[in-house]
Unconditional design. Structure first.
Length: 382
């Protein structure tokens, strides 16, 4: 029998994605066109938004939102230090300054009370431009108080919903609280377009600006080579949009399959000493499963566990190294260890196990058996 290899993630592609991609290839229209428009329309409709602007990545969508927010040199944006680095980088692209708020140790998302406190403290100083909450690991940030404080002080809200498509709280989808939100479709996300992203907004002015910025700053007068502003090539190509169109139509199914995998993991790892799964959502909150994360108890050496799993053909990955301790952030802003203890504790103890919608029950069982044995032996060795 060949040795097993269980990879961390995999996209879920069917004949429907292939059919739509083939249609685009046959049509010859590989940039813009009706398939891109259909993707944007159906994406917006799925979440009840006025505009979905397809972009080349989630990072591009975040960057454009930060520009729309008017962030410039020295402007402050409140965000989470526990995220994929792109959420904070989007602030740096415009020479803004990230003001990090530590996470809640249980939900792993920005502490709402501390965020409100930061808004109240920073707004009167005049440089606070935006709040950028990150809906991490498919769980929404508690938005109500944050949103109210931001509105009170006329500060815009940009949601990083790249890991939370389809998640909701009290009937509101991730990405539907703020002025705009960013979604990302990298192949490990809940839905994919290969590379790609969407900026979702109800604001006509932001949508118009985003369409211009993604297309070299062209005016929307229809004149092909009139560049009104400094823009980018942040366009999503139509082949990606075809994959996205099939995936957004399948989103319910995609999320359902992922949830079933997570439930099997939860059941098999329940009660295992030294390993804690992510906290269940509160009543009224619906998760969108992005990764399957376990928290390791203090005495368990994550690196050794990873090596032991790798020897059995099981991929795993620490999530996330804190953003404030990334070299470029230390160098530019002088962040130091100890500044955001909940983020640092999470960054030191979380491990992502193989996770995607088509992960076979047999593979989940194999991973859980391995985790159980390895963690058990580490506890004994103490
Ligand atoms: C994936 C991700 C992004 C960026 O998406 P890309 O499409 O890879 O640019 C941004 N923020 C978070 C939290 C993400 O997980």
């Amino acid at each position: 029998m060949p040795p097993r290899h269980i990879q961390l993630s995999a996209p879920d592609i069917t004949s429907e994605e292939r059919r739509l991609v083939d249609e685009v290839l046959t049509s010859g229209q590989l940039s813009f066109g009706p398939v891109l428009e259909a993707f944007e329309r159906e994406f917006a409709e799925r979440f009840g938004a006025r505009h979905a602007v397809a972009m080349s990545s989630g990072t591009a969508a975040l960057h454009v939102a930060v520009i729309a927010a008017g962030v410039g040199e020295g402007d402050v944006v409140i965000t989470s230090p526990f995220s994929f680095v792109a959420s904070a980088n989007s602030i740096l692209f415009e020479r803004g300054v990230p003001h990090f708020v530590d996470i809640d140790p249980v939900t792993l998302t920005m502490d709402p009370a501390a965020t409100v406190h930061a808004i109240e403290a920073l707004a009167p100083q005049g440089r606070l431009r935006a709040v950028l909450p990150v809906h991490l690991f498919g769980r929404t940030v508690e938005m109500d108080a944050i949103l109210a404080a931001a509105r009170r002080h006329d500060v815009v809200v940009i949601e990083d919903a790249c890991e939370a498509i389809g998640a909701s709280a009290d009937g509101v989808f991730a990405g539907r609280w703020g002025d705009a939100s960013a979604f990302g479709f990298y192949p490990n996300k809940q839905m994919t377009t290969g590379e790609g992203g969407v900026l979702l907004t109800d604001r006509d002015d932001w949508a118009r600006l985003a369409r211009s910025l993604r297309n070299q700053g062209r005016s929307d007068s229809g004149t092909w080579l009139a560049h009104e502003r400094l823009g980018f090539n942040y366009r999503m190509d139509t082949i990606s949009a075809a994959i996205g169109l099939a995936q957004i139509r399948r989103l319910g199914e995609l999320l359902h399959k992922r949830e079933a995998v997570a439930m099997r993991y939860n059941a098999l790892l329940a009660g295992l000493d030294g390993v804690t799964p992510l906290a269940p959502p509160r009543v009224g909150m619906q998760l969108s499963w992005f990764v399957y994360i376990i928290r390791l108890a203090e005495g368990i050496d994550r690196g050794r566990l990873q090596a032991a799993l790798a020897a059995r053909g099981i991929d795993s990955r620490p999530y996330f190294p804190p953003i404030h301790l990334q070299p470029i952030y230390v160098e530019r802003f002088g962040f130091r260890p100890g500044m955001f203890p909940n983020t640092e504790a999470a960054g030191a103890s979380l491990l992502a196990l193989p996770f995607h919608g088509n992960l076979a029950a047999d593979d989940i069982d194999y991973v859980c058996e391995a985790v159980t044995e390895e963690v058990g032996s580490m506890k004994v060795m103490g």
